[in-house]
Design a protein around this ligand. Sequence first.
Ligand code: ADP
Ligand code: MG
Length: 405
Amino acid sequence: MALRTLDSLGSLDGRRVLLRADLNVPLHDGRIGDDGRIRATVPTVRWLTERGATVVVCSHLSRPAGSPDPRFSLAPVAERLEELLGAPVAFAADTAGPAASAMIDALEPATVGMIENLRFEPGEASKDAAEREDFARRLASHADVLVSDGFGVVHRKQASVYELARILPSAAGLLVAAEVEILHRLTTGPSRPYAVVLGGSKVSDKLGVIENLLPRVDTLIIGGGMMFTFLAAQGHPVGASLLETSQIDAVRRNIDEARRRGVRLLLPTDAVVAETFSADAAHTVAGVDDLERTPFGASGMGLDIGPDSAAAFADAIRSSSTVFWNGPMGVFEMPAFAGGTRAVAEAMTEVSGLSVIGGGDSAAAVRSLGFRDDQFGHISTGGGASLEFLEGAALPGLEVLGWQP
Ligand code: ADP
Ligand code: MG
C-alpha cells in the first residue's frame, strides 16, 4: 500500500488539523542553532492554511524526562516559526491541558498555534501502549485530522506518531512524503558503488542498523563516536573515548560479516585525541595503535578522525556513485575537532550520483561549516529514521500511514 498523502484528507476548509512535526532543533543556552527542521515544516503549514485549515503544530524537543522542563520549552521554536511564516503563531504552555484547549478554541480559521513539548507528558514516549493510547486520545480531542510530518520520529512507536494516527483520519505531510520518495530511491537499486558513512554519538542506536545495512552496501565507512567500539573490537585500547563495551561482540560479528560479504569496511587509521572534552583542550593526532600513547595517556579522548583517515574516507566517497551519510565524524561543534566532518562534507559535494545526508546534527554540521543545501542531493531531517528506512525496516509511523517497504 502507498503512503496516504494530503490529498487523501479531502477538503480541509474550516477543519482543525494537528500537525505532528519534528521541530527538535539544536539549542544552545536556550537559543536555536540550525533551524533547518523548522524551515522544512513551513511548506506543510502553508499548504494547510492556504486551504482554510486551522493548524495546531506539535513536536518534541530534546529528551525531557516526561515532565515539564523549562530548558526544553518549544516557545522559542514557536517564535522562529512565526518569523519564517510571517504570520502569528499562538502558543500554549501545555500539551493537552487547559492552556492548549483555550489556545485552540481561540484560533481563527487558517491560522496557526503550537502546543508545548510533547515529551513533557510521560504518555508520549511511554513503553506502555495503554499509557500512549491514553495520551493520544487526549491529543486527538484537539483536532479533526492528523498530518504526520515529523520524519525524524517515524521510526518511534510514540503516542503522537503512532497511536494518534490510528485514532484520527491521518496522512503524511509534504516533508514526510518527500523524504520517503528520495530514500525509497536508495533502497530500490541505488546506482553502484553505494557507500554508507556512519558517525555521530548515538552509538548503540546506530550499531544496531549496521548488520542490516551490510547486505545492501558496497562500502561502509565508520567515524564519529562509534569508531571506538570498532577499534576496541580489533584490540586497540581507546582511552576515554566513547565506547559501548556491551556492543563489542556484535561489532566483531559485523566485521566478520562484512569480510564474508565482500563489503569494503573503512575504519579510521588515526584520530585526534584530546586531553579533555572542551573546545580549547590540548590535542594531538595519533595512529589507532597509539591512542593511549599520547601525552594524555589512558585519559585521552578521541574527538575526531585524523587527517589520514579523512583523506581515505574522502577518496572512497568521491569514487562512489550513491552515498548516504549520517553522523558527524567528530565533535564538529568545536573547530579543533571539525576537520574530519569538513573533509567528508567536501567529498559529498563531489559525488557524481546521489548524495544524501541524514540526521539533525549532521545537517546542522554541514550548514555550520558553510556548505549550502544545494551542494548535496538531499538533506534528510531524520538520522535514526533514515537509517532504519535504508535497512528496509517497517517504521511504525509510516506503516500507520499506509506505507509498506
Ligand atoms: P545525527 O543527529 O546527525 O543523527 P548524532 O546525534 O548521532 O547525529 O551525533 C551528533 C553528535 O555526535 C555531535 O554533537 C558530535 O559532537 C558528536 N560526536 C561525533 N564524534 C564524536 C566523538 N568522537 N566523541 C564524542 N562525540 C562525538
Ligand atoms: Mg543528533
